[in-house]
Write a protein of this length. Structure first.
Length: 311
């Protein structure tokens, strides 16, 4: 029995896809592998469950790539603003030859093997806040926006004049309600299903960062399943890849209607013009020299490989 710590909540595409993943694992391993699921942050935040996996006290964990950067920088490029053109590009990259290379690098660094690569909420992150309508970066000046603690994310905030405030996802609703933070940079569906839009009445549709996440398996569990090339472990990988497709289809339906649902709730949803979007990209471009290049967190070679995929 594998214990799995996750943040997904019942009633969401992610939760439904996770349930399907559990069924597929049992089916593909002929019942030899079963998963005991702990959603909604029952076992702690992303950081908590990943640390438990690294220590081999938990078998599986889901973690955003931004939160994973606290322990491993292999997937930092996933959170770089402007790295991906759209969600299709993210999925193309994660279905390419890069996938196995990246998974092996993460496994070598922290002893946790990523079997799933996803886009949380199925869309780029939007900016939500409780204070005012934000159309261009200068409108966000001095807002206190929750951060995962990712260096890339905090650098982006600084480039836009935003105050980065660390806060666990599970504490966000109360933080927004009490004014500890003014907003959150998150996928629109997770923001809506976690009820953040009950208190954050301004949303800006951005296409800068796509918030991927990974589902990782502890080293002890990989070994128990016969190693990376073992039949049981590969059955888990197969189930993961199928659940990614299921989640994507479910997310696309949710994303298509979420702006309308927010507006019905009284949220002002602003969709930047091409000129506005150019200003956001220019702000993001200020942090390129800090992170991309020889000897930097993101090599020029990796950047070029990602950009070439799907072109």
């Amino acid at each position: 029995m594998l214990k799995w710590g996750d943040a997904a909540v019942d009633g969401t595409a992610e939760y439904e896809a996770n349930q399907k993943f559990i069924e597929l694992v049992e089916a593909y391993t002929d019942g030899q592998v079963k998963i005991e699921y702990y959603p909604a942050g029952q076992l702690g935040s992303d950081g908590d469950v990943v640390q438990a996996c690294m220590a081999n006290t938990l078998e599986m964990a889901k973690c955003s790539t931004a939160n994973l950067s606290e322990f491993c920088h292999v997937l930092d490029f996933c959170d770089f603003p402007g790295m991906f053109r759209d969600t299709d590009h993210v999925y193309e990259v994660m279905a390419s030859d890069l996938r196995d290379e990246l998974a092996a690098q993460v496994y070598e660094e922290i002893g946790c093997y990523p079997v799933t690569f996803d886009v949380d909420g199925g869309a780029a992150r939007w900016m939500f806040n409780t204070k005012r309508e934000v159309k261009v970066p200068q409108d966000a000046y001095n807002l206190k926006i929750r951060t995962t603690g990712s260096e890339i994310e905090m650098a982006l905030y600084e480039a836009c004049g935003i105050g980065a405030t660390p806060m666990a996802w599970q504490e966000l609703y109360t933080g927004l309600e009490q004014g500890t933070v003014d907003g959150v940079y998150a996928g629109p569906v997770p923001a809506f299903t976690n009820n953040f839009t009950e208190v954050a009445k301004y949303a800006t549709v951005l296409t800068l960062s796509f918030g991927p996440s990974v589902r990782v398996v502890s080293s002890k569990t990989v070994e128990a399943l016969g190693g990376v090339d073992g039949e049981l472990f590969q059955a888990v990988v197969k189930a993961s890849k199928e659940s990614e497709k299921i989640k994507r289809e479910l997310n696309e339906k949710d994303v298509a209607g979420v702006a309308g649902q927010m507006r019905e709730q009284g949220v002002t949803v602003y969709e930047p013009t091409p000129e506005d979007q150019k200003l956001w990209l220019e702000a993001a471009g200020k942090i390129v020299p800090q992170f991309i290049g020889d000897g930097k967190a993101i090599s020029t070679e990796l950047y070029d490989r990602v950009q070439a995929i799907g072109n």
